[in-house]
Design a protein around this ligand. Structure first.
Ligand code: HEM
Length: 134
């Protein structure tokens, strides 16, 4: 049966870096190990210093047993997801800075003056025709 996984950004996971609130990220999975700090055979310091990043490499370097890998499932609270903008390209449009424009205001834009200029030109032509006809 499919299960719902809670998704966190790395920024969110990296906020939990204390003894009272300690999350570690291992291979893209987020673990709340606050309650496990005192029981961790490798010590609490090692877990606290593993916060704020994906510590998969350190976890592997410690050579964790199969039992440890089974145990960690109990502390899994979700997974890391990269910015939604990377997944849904359309969202990226709104995160991009606006292209710098050469026109400092709408008055400097050529099309702003095109319509009044055309009317003025037509009026001048109409007046000239009237004058010629007398
Ligand atoms: C939910 C996460 C974790 C769990 C459940 C866990 C569990 C365990 C367990 C059960 C052991 C005893 C040895 C074994 O059975 O493999 C252990 C040892 C150890 N762990 Fe973890 N661990 C976790 C995360 C981490 C992380 C993120 C690091 C390092 C960044 C780490 C570093 C160590 C070290 C250095 C030892 C000591 C090994 C020794 O003294 O021989 N652990 N861990």
């Amino acid at each position: 049966m499919p299960t719902l996984t809670r998704l966190y950004s790395m920024q969110e996971a990296a906020k939990h870096t204390t003894r009272e609130d300690c999350w570690v990220v291992i291979d893209g999975k987020v673990y709340d190990v606050t309650k496990y700090l005192d029981d961790h055979p490798g010590g609490d310091d090692v877990l606290i210093s593993a916060t704020g990043r994906d510590s998969a490499e350190d976890f592997e370097d410690a050579g964790h047993s199969k039992t440890a890998r089974e145990l960690m499932k109990d502390y899994c609270i979700g997974e890391i997801h990269e910015s939604c903008a990377n997944v849904i390209p359309e969202l990226e449009i709104f995160t991009k800075e606006e292209e710098p424009s050469n026109y400092t205001s709408m008055f400097n834009h050529p099309t702003f003056w095109a319509f009044p200029a055309a009317i003025l030109a037509l009026s001048v032509i109409a007046a000239a025709i009237r004058l010629r006809r007398g």
